[in-house]
Ligand binder design. Structure first.
Ligand SMILES: C[S@@+](CC[C@H](N)C(=O)[O-])C[C@H]1O[C@@H](n2cnc3c(N)ncnc32)[C@H](O)[C@@H]1O
Length: 207
């Protein structure tokens, strides 16, 4: 990474001011409702990468549950899968499936309720749309802080370049691998490539 590299999103407002409902598209089913859509290519790539790791018996947080096929696949052999969504029909689908070890929360990943709601600690956080719904720098960083707070020491966030290329509103929220590496200067994290497109952000928080 170039020493003076500045990510495109650095030109975004520091704080959006919408502290009660941060993020974009919260009322737009077109962007947030995947309950009856196929799993995205990026999500499937992360699943394949995760499958090569030691995920059995571990705690997993899936951010943006979509059709809940992730939980159908991984919850039976994980210790637990917790899921987040801002879409009520995704909650309804998740609950209708009755998957053991799987709990879905209607919870905003950028919000302060995150730390008040989740009680588990995770070995893996799966989020294929890290900044796709971001509103401002504060809430993007708050999301990362939320994830680090919720992760066990050595826990990893897994994401994919295709999801990082997708943004609902602002193109400056498209992230590159270099943008993830730049986070190492702001947060106690170590970024690495898992495959050609799947990346890991490992927590270096010591408790
Ligand atoms: C494009 S869909 C992807 C679904 C699934 N991960 C996949 O790739 O097939 C985006 C998901 O992120 C969720 N989402 C959007 N904004 C969110 C936020 N602020 N907090 C938590 N989840 C959010 C949506 O409800 C939806 O489940």
């Amino acid at each position: 990474m170039m020493p003076d590299y500045r990510s495109p999103y650095e030109t975004c407002p520091d704080v959006c001011g919408n502290l009660e409902r941060p993020g974009v598209a919260l009322d737009m089913p077109l962007w947030i409702e995947h309950s009856h859509l196929d799993t995205t290519v990026d999500q499937l790539r992360i699943e394949e990468a995760l499958n090569e790791m030691e995920w059995r018996g571990r705690h997993i947080l899936h951010v943006g549950v979509g059709n809940s096929r992730f939980a159908e696949r991984f919850a039976p052999e994980a210790a637990l899968v917790d899921g987040l969504t801002v879409c009520q029909s995704e909650v309804a689908r998740a609950q209708s499936l009755g998957i053991p070890n799987y709990t879905v929360y209607f919870l905003n990943k950028y919000g302060r309720e995150f730390g008040l709601t989740l009680k588990n600690r995770y070995d893996f956080v799966i989020d294929n749309n890290l900044a796709s719904y971001a509103c401002c720098k504060y809430h993007f960083y708050r999301m990362l802080d939320n994830y680090l707070w919720a992760m066990k020491p050595g826990g990893r966030i897994l994401t994919d370049q295709r999801g990082m290329d997708f943004t609902v509103e602002e193109k400056r929220w498209i992230l590159s691998y270099q943008d993830l590496e730049a986070l190492e200067k702001k947060f106690p994290v170590r970024v690495s490539r898992v495959t050609g497109t799947v990346y890991a952000i490992a927590s270096e928080v010591t408790r």
